[in-house]
Design a binder for this molecule. Structure first.
Ligand code: GAP
Length: 459
């Protein structure tokens, strides 16, 4: 199998750093300790494989989604947005093929009674839990969609599904968007939102959960241009992760084998990231052909084709779909940003180790931390002034407890690019100290020039 690197050349094993299994626990612990991610319903003992995003995690997740929206919608003239309903009627999933095909092969171990996805087992004859050989039942196809009921009566006719992908909302709104947005193929519809899958084996922290967020874009193109746009989006999407700070040697494109393709796909490549357990999927870029529009046109009776007046041709557009997971991507940014280093204790000669999240500025939850040196009342006024100056421009943290060195370490673990310290000299010179997260270098900056200074650093 050939993998592809950012420059379009083959990704060879020699380019691949080794995965670091120890990184997983370090990041998961930091997430809990610093308020990125908490296990859901923890006071009730937790609720298996569901997670809540804490005060810092919610900022991280918003930044991931904002960076995606900016690149996929805001900076383009050919993509518009959508926010479709999560609850959806069976007709959509009947037409899309999900009721029939959105299944994973499930096996049970007769020895220890654990359940597994057959296609994810290293050895399909050995149970990874109890190591019994030949103990699996015949594989059964298990549908991943969550079903519920709309209204007071739980019966046939009231069934609805939680969407397992955001994509179908964009296909069923194709005509609405075409008629209202003045877009013509090639053009795209983008959406960010929650999706739900009754995964057989959720796990690896927020990598595979039953409730997660997706960032998907359906790009509608003339059929004979599908190959060109598939290549274009493969490259664009790989580059997006690099532009936001993930090292290029921790990313690769993996084309799917024929027998892996989803029921709607003519070709798919995954953007893979080197997770602590090895290479795994971050995003899939698929050529969905005219499958979805044709299926919905047939099932609904609405025509979902496009008449190209210039060419005098009518056709059903093909769709190229970059489909990413927001929650999974946030986890990859955390893993890629995590670093430990030995440093001299700031202000003293002794060495110590520090943990730092070297996030790209656009991904960092807080851009600036405002830190009055002490809680003395005379420092409150300039600290509030600085906070008021910065808050309209940047997401800021404010922290006035503990020694300043400890507060710097906390901000390093949150990945905050700049700390602004207000000290007693500020009362005389109206200047503050700005500390850089990565170099730990400190600059003295007049409050009147602080916005310009930070603008240059954080732009
Ligand atoms: N519309 C196509 C589609 O949904 P997918 O490969 O099944 O394709 C796209 O999902 C992305 O959504 C994945 O690459 C992954 O990042 C994310 N994703 C899928 N299932 C997930 C799960 N159970 N937990 C977290 N993220 C998931």
């Amino acid at each position: 199998m050939a993998f592809w690197a950012l420059d379009g050349g083959p990704y060879t094993c020699a380019m691949s750093p080794a995965p670091d299994p120890a990184l997983f626990d370090k990041v998961v612990n930091l997430c809990k300790r610093r308020g990125f991610v908490f296990p859901s319903a923890e006071i009730y003992g937790g609720f298996r494989s569901t997670y809540d995003y804490g005060p810092v995690g919610v900022l991280l997740l918003r930044n991931v989604k904002e960076a995606w929206w900016r690149s996929m919608v805001q900076l383009r003239h050919d993509v518009v947005g959508l926010d479709a309903a999560i609850l959806s009627p069976p007709a959509i999933w009947e037409a899309s093929g999900h009721l029939q095909n959105f299944t994973d092969p499930l096996v049970d171990c007769r020895n220890c009674r654990e359940r597994f996805r057959l296609d994810k087992l290293d050895d399909p004859n050995e149970c990874p839990n109890c190591h019994a050989k030949g103990s699996f039942t015949e594989a059964r196809q298990f549908n991943l969609m969550f079903k519920t009921y709309a209204g007071p009566v739980e019966g046939t006719g009231a069934e609805v599904y939680l969407r397992p992908e955001t994509a179908q909302g964009m296909f069923v709104n194709f005509k609405n968007v075409l008629e209202t947005s003045r877009k013509r193929p090639p053009f795209g519809i983008a959406q960010i939102g929650k999706s739900f899958r009754n995964e057989i084996t959720p796990g690896n922290f927020v990598f595979r959960t039953r409730e997660f967020e997706q960032m998907e874009m359906e790009y509608f193109v003339p059929p004979d241009e599908a190959g060109k746009w598939y290549e274009y989006w493969r490259h664009e999407r790989l580059q997006w992760y690099v532009d936001l700070g993930i090292p290029a040697d921790q990313l690769r494109l993996r084309p799917h084998d024929e027998d892996e393709l989803s029921h709607y796909s003519a070709a798919t490549s995954d953007v893979e990231f080197l997770f602590p357990w090895g290479w795994d999927e971050l995003e899939g870029i698929a050529n969905r052909t005219d499958y979805d529009l044709t299926q919905h046109a047939r099932a609904s009776g609405e025509s979902l084709d496009y008449f190209d007046q210039a060419l005098g041709e009518r056709y059903v557009p093909y769709v190229i779909e970059p489909a990413a997971g927001a929650t999974r991507t946030a986890m990859a940014f955390l893993m890629a940003a995590y670093d430990e280093e030995e440093v001299a204790r700031e202000g003293q000669g002794q060495g110590e180790s520090r943990t730092v999240l070297r996030f790209h500025h656009n991904i960092a939850p807080y851009k600036v931390a405002v830190l009055p040196l002490s809680r003395k009342p005379e420092l409150q006024e300039p600290a509030n002034e600085v906070l008021g100056l910065l808050q309209p421009h940047y997401m800021c943290d404010y922290d006035e407890t503990q020694a300043i060195g400890r507060r710097y370490r906390r901000q390093d673990e949150l990945g905050t690019p700049c700390c602004v310290t207000i000290d007693f000299e500020t009362l005389d010179d109206r200047a503050v100290t700005v500390r850089d997260r990565d170099s730990m270098a400190q600059d003295r900056v007049p409050i009147d020039r602080l916005l310009d200074y930070l603008g240059a650093k954080l732009s």
